[in-house]
Structure formats: C-alpha cells, structure tokens
Design a protein around this ligand. Sequence first.
Ligand code: NAD
Ligand code: MG
Length: 363
Amino acid sequence: MLSLHLDLGERSYSIHIGAELLQRADLLLPHIHGQQVLIVTNTTIAPLYLNTVRTALQQAKPELKIEECILPDGEAYKDLRHLELIWDRLLEAGFNRRATLIALGGGVIGDMTGFAAACYQRGVNFIQLPTTLLSQVDSSVGGKTGVNHPLGKNMLGAFWQPKLVLADTLTLQTLPPRELAAGMAEVIKYGLLGDLDFLEWLEVQLPKLMQGDQRLLAEAIVRSCRCKAQIVAQDEREGGVRALLNLGHTFGHAIETEMGYGEWLHGEAVGCGMALAADLSQRLGWISSADLERTKALLQAAQLPILPPPSMTVDAFLRAMAVDKKNIDGELRLVLLRRLGQAELVTLTAHDHLHACLASALE
Ligand code: NAD
Ligand code: MG
C-alpha cells in the first residue's frame, strides 16, 4: 500500500492506494465515529463491490448500522432529484450528525455523496472509495463536490473534504478500457503540467499501465495524487495555481459542449485538448517540435485521440472557449506549456496562433 497525506490544516486527510483496500475495515473504522454508515453507490458498482465493503465493516464492528443507497448509473442522474434520494435514505434511517457517508464508485458517486454529506445536518463525515482511474487521481482529491443543473455542469456544490480516501487498484480490472484511457489523460496531465520525471516514467511504463499492472498503477496514482495534493494545498479554493489543473480542459470543454456531453468521455476530450495546448505552445515558440511529438506519442500510447472530431469547426471552438470561467474581461486565458513539465496560465492577446493551431487540427 502506498500512502500520502493531504495537508489542509484541520481538514487534512490520508489517501491510501493499493490492491484489496475495499476490505480494509481497519483503515475505515478510525474515521467512522458514530454507529451509522450509509454506503452510496450505483447499479453497476453495487453487484461488483458493495458486498465486499459491507461485509468487511459489519464483521469488524457488528454494532454498526449500515444502510445502502443505490443510484442509477450515469452523469444524467447527477442532479438534485437524485441527490435527494441520498437524504431520503438518511432521514428514513433516522441518521444523526454522527453518521458517516461512504462513496463507492467513480466521480459521479463521489461528487454526489460529498455534496450530500456537506449538506446533511449542516455537514457529516464522508469517506471516498473511488473505483475509476479518474476518480482515484482526480475527483476524490481536493474536496470539490456537487451536482449538475439543467443549465450547467457542476453548477451546484460545496467544498467538503473527505476524512479518508482508499483507492483500490484492483477495482480498475473491471473498468471498461475506454474509461481507463480517459483516466490516464488526467495522469498524463500531471506529468505535463508539473513533473518532468513523472512524464519520462510514463513514457516508459504506459504500455504496462494500460495492461493493468497493479504495482505500476498504484505508483502512477500516488504520483498523480501527490501532484494534485500539492496544488490543492497551495490553493484550496481555486484562486491561483489550481487553475493549472485545467491544462487541456479549455479545448476539451469546447469539444464536450459542441459534441453534447456523453459522445466523447471527459478524459478523451482533455487528451485531445492537451495535444492542442501543446501544439499552440509550440507555435508560440515555448516547446520544441520534438517535445510536441513526445506529447502526442504519449497520448496515443494511452489510446487517447489527439485530433478533434471532424465535425468541429474553428468557430465552434472559439465560441465555446470564449465562455470559459478563466477568462477575464473578455480576454481568452489558457493553460499552456512553457516547457514539458511546466505549465502556465496565459492571456492570449493575439489570436493568430490559436487560429492556425485549430485550423491545422481540423484540416
Ligand atoms: P463515472 O463516475 O460516471 O464512472 C464511469 C463509468 O464507470 C460509470 O458507468 C460507472 O458506473 C462505471 N464504473 C465505475 N467504477 C467501475 C469499476 N470499478 N468497474 C466497472 N465499472 C465501473 O465517471 P468518472 O470518470 O469516474 O467521473 C466523472 C465525474 O467526475 C464527472 O461528473 C465530473 O464532473 C466529476 N469530476 C469531479 C472532480 C472533482 O474535483 N470533484 C474532478 C474531475 C471530475
Ligand atoms: Mg478533468
């Protein structure tokens, strides 16, 4: 098992990564203060892993009252209506302020459970058991929780840190390959934006990671979490450096918006977005053509797209990118690569290079 500590003062917590952690009641119990536990999961994950977690806890502490809330699977259900189902279960079971919520699933379940915990009786403990690569390296770290509104993704939410994160790498064995690749986009992102050593390690290990090598996956996850944890510890509420985590995301969001959510996975859009960000960085004279090729090769080794969907247009990109949250006073702000392993948030004053970058990707 590999571990790291996220240092956020009194909101600090540990992240443990390794195989067979779902059954480690000894790790969970110190963070369960009352007798009441609600495990939140979905219809895909419940038959795979719910019993493991439930049985381990019940055997280790028979007096625990363990309830379940099994939500339908999908981003489409990450809304207030389905959030309410979690609160319904808590109230029906008579759970009090010492209740603990356990999120067992990917980012959708983690975000919803965290938000439910933040609001229930003004805040109860919660624990993350992330089961997708994306949630193990990204959404379970940093305390952003929430749900979607019909007019915008993740528009309702709260910062609410978990008490513990257990990332069981064995769960990745049942993950569909496309989801594994999508999570790998965020892993590569950490190398590109802040850690050249990690990037070089990924260049060597990606084939084995994609085949599900447990030891290497644990190492990739811990290095990714360390990178995110360092950035979050400096900027918990996203006033500054946390923006660097958006490398590839401005282009990526444009693809997701234009294609409609669900067509491309988020990680696929971000993968392509990072290829475009690297291309633009090269046009600005920041990284070399050789570094651009290295970046693209890495993304391709993770089976991620490096070109946008052919139905996109330059105008569609510019339109979608113009409404990005990072923009200030109508000026386009983007995270680009000053060099491999070092990202920077820049304000684009002239748009010629951006036009050329998009036009050539869409040729
Ligand atoms: P997801 O939670 O929808 O999971 C992807 C799919 O894999 C689902 O169908 C799920 O049921 C299935 N699945 C999960 N674990 C499995 C397993 N071990 N075996 C088989 N199938 C499994 O998607 P995701 O990519 O994990 O998360 C995306 C969500 O995370 C989005 O809603 C996004 O907004 C959010 N997110 C939040 C943050 C944050 O900081 N809070 C960061 C990034 C993303
Ligand atoms: Mg992302």
